[in-house]
Unconditional design. Structure first.
Length: 450
């Protein structure tokens, strides 16, 4: 008699209850800060995740498609899990969401995942980041590792649906409480080579209004767009490794009360490491921004945001840009280092700007730029235009901006602060000697550093 390998949706053996295996005990340990027990497999039935709303992708099978596994198409598997969640959670008062567990391993994602349920956590075990760029530009013979690790997902989606995860839903209320954590999204390759940063692929795109989404502990590599979030409210992007992507974090449309903290991020030479549009109260703190994005932070029309205690290293002018009327933003206690490219494939790349644009370029009103350290280290023959004194902070326009107690270290003569003629009522306090501050505005108050 032939045995039907498909399992009925009501059969709990089809849904591995993570509390009933070693993976469940490990998940509980990581979440709750405990050490996993050596005898986890024996006593895990009393574990913390013995719940019908917890799924292990490696144990799930799609009814009628037993050949589809998490390893062959984790996208199809997660979509089927989401369908099961919606089938079981049907009334407004009984929709707690679910947890989808991705154990360590290699998974191909060939079908776009559409997340349209609230309170869904998709969790792996390790961001698994691996530098594909180094591998693509050197001889890796004899290397111990040749691929990303941890809970590693290869994004192999078709050109018609290139986002690995598309978070989107119409109707009310907006999507809320979704969490992506602790797995790797890997775009595998760029076209035509590993230095183009182009393949059309996006790791996660949140395309409808949302509330309290968290992205934490993730690894993103070789994606043209790592993370795009539209219409964010109380978004948290924390403790991720986002590198060798064309663009890292793009907060588009508008948003409020978002936190971007403790991430390590570096975009491609034509992309942006952190882009925010029309955001209110965005907090950016404790991040390590590294080359080689066209800009490391780019704000467009953002108000009352704080950028503090970050480290910035960049190879181009305009490392940080406040554009299109940014108002009442606080830029304080950051470390900026402007250097030059040393990696052979990118030595001749530029972002099209010259050194008069400013390391920090501001166009807006009532912004406070204070207590930052700027280190400018560019060989004199690489300053553009030739013979110019590079600008560190450029106030390109606006009213009531304050630049105070900033410190500049440079290997060439620089203008610490330059204010264009369209600026009004600005103040420059203790941010350079009189010869390093230039104002083309008649009503700038300047107190040079003694």
């Amino acid at each position: 008699m032939e045995i039907d390998e498909t399992l009925d949706v009501k059969n709990t053996s089809r849904r591995m209850l993570v509390g009933a295996g070693a993976v469940g005990t490990l998940a509980a340990a990581l979440s709750l800060g405990m050490s996993p027990k050596a005898e986890a497999a024996q006593d895990a039935k009393a574990g913390n995740f013995n719940s019908p709303n917890t799924y292990d992708v490696t144990a799930w099978r799609i009814k009628g498609q037993p050949q589809v596994t998490a390893e062959s198409d984790i996208g199809a598997v997660i979509n089927d899990i989401i369908a099961d969640i919606k089938k079981r959670q049907t009334t407004p008062d009984t929709r707690p969401g679910a947890v989808v567990i991705i154990p360590p391993g290699d998974y191909d994602l060939r079908t776009q995942v559409v997340v349209d349920v609230d309170y869904l956590t998709i969790a792996g075990f390790g961001h698994g980041f691996f530098s594909r760029s180094i591998k693509d530009n050197v001889d890796p013979a004899g290397w111990l590792n040749l691929q990303p690790g941890g809970s590693h997902i290869r994004v192999l989606t078709p050109t018609s649906a290139q986002q690995a995860f598309l978070v989107r839903r119409g109707g009310s209320p907006r999507l809320s409480g979704i969490v992506f954590r602790d797995f790797c999204l890997d775009g595998v390759n760029f076209i035509p080579d590993g230095n183009s940063y182009r393949n059309g692929k996006t790791g996660i795109e949140v395309a409808s209004d949302n509330d309290s989404i968290h992205i934490t502990g993730m690894g993103f590599v070789y994606l043209e767009h790592a993370l795009i979030v539209r219409g964010a409210d109380a978004l948290r992007i924390h403790d991720n490794m986002i590198a060798e992507c064309g663009n890292c974090v793009e907060l588009t449309g508008a948003g409020q009360a978002t936190i971007v903290s403790d991430n390590l991020m570096g975009a491609g030479p034509e992309g942006v490491t952190l882009l925010a549009e029309n955001h209110e109260g965005l907090l950016v703190t404790g991040n390590n921004f590294f080359p080689r994005g066209r800009s490391l932070i780019e704000f467009n029309g953002c108000n009352r945001c704080s950028v503090s205690s970050n480290r910035f290293q960049g190879f181009y002018p305009g490392m940080m840009r406040l554009l299109n009327g940014c108002k009442e933003n606080l830029i304080t206690s950051n470390h900026f280092r402007r250097g030059t490219e040393g990696f052979p494939p990118f030595i001749n790349r530029t972002n099209g700007l010259d050194d008069l644009y400013g390391v920090l370029h501001t166009l807006g009103d009532n912004n406070l730029i204070s207590n930052n350290l700027f280190a400018y280290d560019v060989p004199p023959n690489k300053v553009v235009p030739a013979g110019a004194q590079p600008t560190i902070i450029l106030i390109a326009g606006g009213d009531g901006n304050v630049i105070a107690t900033n410190h500049v270290v440079s290997n060439v003569a620089t203008q610490h602060v330059v204010l264009d003629g369209s600026t009004t009522h600005s103040k420059v306090l203790d941010s350079g000697s009189a010869t390093t501050i230039t104002s083309y505005s008649p009503d700038t108050a300047i107190r040079p550093t003694p």
